[in-house]
Design a protein around this ligand. Structure first.
Ligand SMILES: CC(C)(COP(=O)(O)OP(=O)(O)OC[C@H]1O[C@@H](n2cnc3c(N)ncnc32)[C@H](O)[C@@H]1OP(=O)(O)O)[C@@H](O)C(=O)NCCC(=O)NCCS
Length: 169
């Protein structure tokens, strides 16, 4: 139900859309070294982030940016992989999601954080496919506020870099 003149839906917390996707890695997902191919991890990350954004917006979404992709450690064949997504910033029609990837060695149960990245999605109106307003983000916990401030700083840096490089942010 819209709660203001901008036709913006009522606000929601990051907790309401947080999601985890899990996958058991298969031999056809490995690279030449026998570890999991980076593109497979990125696909899982994008799917997990997309679920978070769709849960928040309750509309179709598209990915508009993937920021700071890091592969800190390899993911091995047979690892069980989980991608945890949580919303950290919301604009008018855009949503930034932080996705953290954990790999679990099944036999030992040992878990490692292997990747973290930040993805931006835009909600699209189901009728005309144009960017559509999403619920504002209600920051509920200290961690929500910390991550939101970090996202704002990263956004400012991106805009400054784009200006330096002479391209549109
Ligand atoms: C998403 C899309 C419709 C937006 O169109 P647009 O003309 O840029 O729309 P706007 O300028 O109104 O921007 C809409 C929002 O997206 C944000 N945005 C657009 N490009 C962005 C980028 N590169 N990085 C971060 N945010 C971006 C804007 O800041 C704005 O956010 P806000 O409403 O929260 O302030 C268009 O960029 C598109 O179709 N991109 C392709 C998406 C795609 O195919 N993805 C891969 C497959 S899912």
């Amino acid at each position: 139900m819209p709660d203001n003149e901008d036709n913006r839906p009522a606000g929601k917390t990051p907790r309401e859309s947080a999601s985890t996707l899990s996958e058991s890695m298969m031999p056809d997902q490995l690279n030449h070294h026998g570890n999991v191919f980076g593109g497979e991890i990125l696909a899982l990350v994008d799917k997990a982030g997309g679920v978070v954004a769709r849960r928040h917006a309750r509309m179709p979404v598209v990915t508009v940016m993937v920021d700071r992709v890091e592969f800190r450690e390899p993911v091995y064949a047979n690892d069980f992989v989980e991608a945890h997504g949580r919303l950290i910033r919301v604009g008018r029609t855009s949503m930034e999601v932080m996705v953290t990837v954990e790999a679990e060695q099944i036999e030992s149960g040992k878990r490692r954080t292997t990747n973290r990245c930040f993805l931006t999605y835009v909600a699209l109106d189901m009728l005309n496919g144009k960017p559509a307003p999403v619920p504002p983000l209600i920051l509920e916990t200290d961690e929500d506020r910390r991550l939101h401030e970090m996202a704002e700083r990263r956004r400012d840096r991106r805009e400054a870099e784009a200006e330096d490089e002479g391209i549109e942010p």
